[in-house]
Design a protein around this ligand. Structure first.
Ligand code: CMP
Length: 483
């Protein structure tokens, strides 16, 4: 809620009228003092002159106090108003109040000594122990609030316009004012809550400054069958464009928990105006719902889904077989295979999904299977002088991992999923069956492998590349497979 400075309003007119009336009354009383004195003397019996003087003195003091108060208010207005006009310094209410209290006390004491010159004020205060005790007890809370307020102003942990949450009751709202007594906040249900400064000083206060990039968390869940990479991408894009979501920081979507009913996610987003976080949270949830609809994602209801499935052969789930046969028959290496042979290979293939950035193969590991990229993309990388060098990027229909499979040597490179990637893994036994029936395959494979070896060889060591000839690879494959 914007907090504006009070303008030149009716208040000023009322103030000026009140000042005029007070001055007029004070003037009239002063000019009528002799008459009032006589009147009082006539009415009083014992020591009439002294009593009349005291009564007139008290009235004079009261009138001066009123005039003095108005004067101090006017001074306050001129002084702090000028500071704001000229230097754009907006003094906090607490400072203004302290100024008023001190200026008024000084004025009152001067007026008192002027009207009652015989009364020794210093002695009155210092000798009256009882007065001190009463005053101390009466002002205990007030002074506590005042000093807590002063320390809040000096510390400036928050300012007018910031959103704060105070204490165990978690009062949350926008700070409207910090006075000598309390912090005034307006809650999001438009209620005003006053928190005494001395209480606030003892409680923890959570501050969300107006100028700060404040973040919020919104939670949702999805089915286990929905891909996390897709869910994260879809929700990040949907939340990004929402009103009041900061464009300076990209929202973060991440998995919080793999829960019983589904995958729990959280969206962390940053707000332009934190005071509107309720509306923005609601808008973000709405965007999530629509994004789910468009992308065919599903919220996880608290249900239990029972899958009865044969372990291992994921590839052969109903309806998938055709796609896998199609994928394998499009691989160059398997082009010479008959339809039945490709079908047998598809039966043996096991499907795996990798997240973006995940390693499918780690250089140096032992390996006894090869892979075909079914969906997505992978990158082949070697470590050169401690830095990764990209050797190749493989797309759908490309294969990798054949080197360790056919030679029995450790994996020659890292293979990394660039995006969510599905691969089909084919093991040693299935390949042996294929080679037994198609000995020519070994030759074309050794040709591809020789080429790949050249790409792998360190650029600083070209001799190593020529050492891996096609003939050498051919004979090591034959030896390994016993062909
Ligand atoms: P392998 O050694 O079993 O594991 C790493 C794999 O990266 C390797 O088999 C090849 O399939 C693949 N690979 C290595 N070098 C290249 C290259 N130059 N081009 C494409 N793929 C490669």
């Amino acid at each position: 809620m914007p907090v504006s400075r009070p303008r030149f309003t009716n208040k000023t007119v009322i103030f000026l009228a009140a000042s005029a009336v007070a001055l007029l009354v004070a003037y009239l009383f002063w000019s009528l003092v002799p008459e009032v004195h006589q009147l009082l003397e006539r009415r009083m019996s014992d020591n009439p002159a002294a009593s009349a003087d005291t009564i007139i003195g008290v009235i004079k003091l009261a009138l001066l106090a009123v005039v003095g108060y108005l004067l101090v208010r006017a001074l306050n207005f001129v002084f702090f108003g000028l500071a704001f006009r000229l230097k754009r310094i907006d003094a906090p209410t607490l400072i203004r109040n302290i100024f008023t209290i001190i200026a008024f006390t000084i004025f009152f004491l001067i007026a008192f000594t002027f009207i009652f010159p015989k009364v020794n004020l210093g002695a009155l205060f210092t000798t009256s122990a009882l007065f001190g005790v009463i005053l101390g007890l009466a002002l205990q809370d007030t002074l506590g609030n005042l000093f807590a307020g002063i320390s809040l102003q000096a510390d400036r942990p928050f300012q007018v316009g910031d959103v704060i949450t105070v204490g165990a009751q978690r009062h949350t709202g926008v700070v409207e004012e910090i006075s000598w007594r309390a912090i005034k906040i307006r809650t999001f249900t438009n209620h005003v809550v006053l928190i005494a400064n001395s209480n606030a000083a003892k409680e923890p206060i959570e501050v969300c400054p107006r100028e700060n990039q404040n973040a919020r968390l919104v939670f949702f869940n999805a089915l286990y069958t929905d891909s996390p990479a897709k869910t994260i991408h879809v929700i990040r894009e949907a939340v990004r464009g929402a009103d009041n979501v900061s464009e300076r920081v990209t929202p973060i979507v991440r998995i919080r928990n793999l829960a019983e009913d589904g995958v729990d996610y959280e969206v962390k987003y940053w707000l332009e105006d934190y005071a509107k976080y309720n509306d923005t949270d609601a808008l973000v949830r709405q965007r999530i719902w629509y994004a789910f609809r468009r992308a065919g994602l599903n919220f996880a209801y608290p249900t239990r889904t029972l899958y009865v499935e044969r372990p291992g052969r994921i590839a052969m789930r109903d309806g998938d077989g055709g796609a896998i046969v199609e994928r394998l028959s499009a691989v160059d290496l398997f082009a010479p295979l008959s339809v039945e042979e490709t079908g047998t290979l598809a039966q043996a293939a096991v499907r795996h999904v990798f997240a973006p950035g995940e390693l499918v193969i780690r250089a140096g590991d032992p390996g006894s299977s090869m892979f075909v990229v079914h969906n997505g993309r992978v990158q082949v990388q070697v470590n050169e002088n401690g830095r990764p060098r990209t050797v190749a990027t493989l797309n759908e229909g490309d294969f990798f991992g054949e080197m360790a499979l056919f030679t029995g040597e450790p994996r020659t490179a890292n293979v990394l999923a660039l995006e969510e990637t599905e691969v089909l893994e084919i093991g040693h036994a299935a390949m042996k069956r294929i080679f037994d029936n198609n000995p020519d395959l070994v030759e074309s494979l050794s040709f591809i492998m020789a080429e790949r070896r050249q790409g792998l060889a360190s650029q600083a060591d070209p001799e190593a590349a020529t050492a891996n000839t096609k003939a050498g690879i051919l004979s090591s494959i034959k030896r390994f497979f016993g062909i």
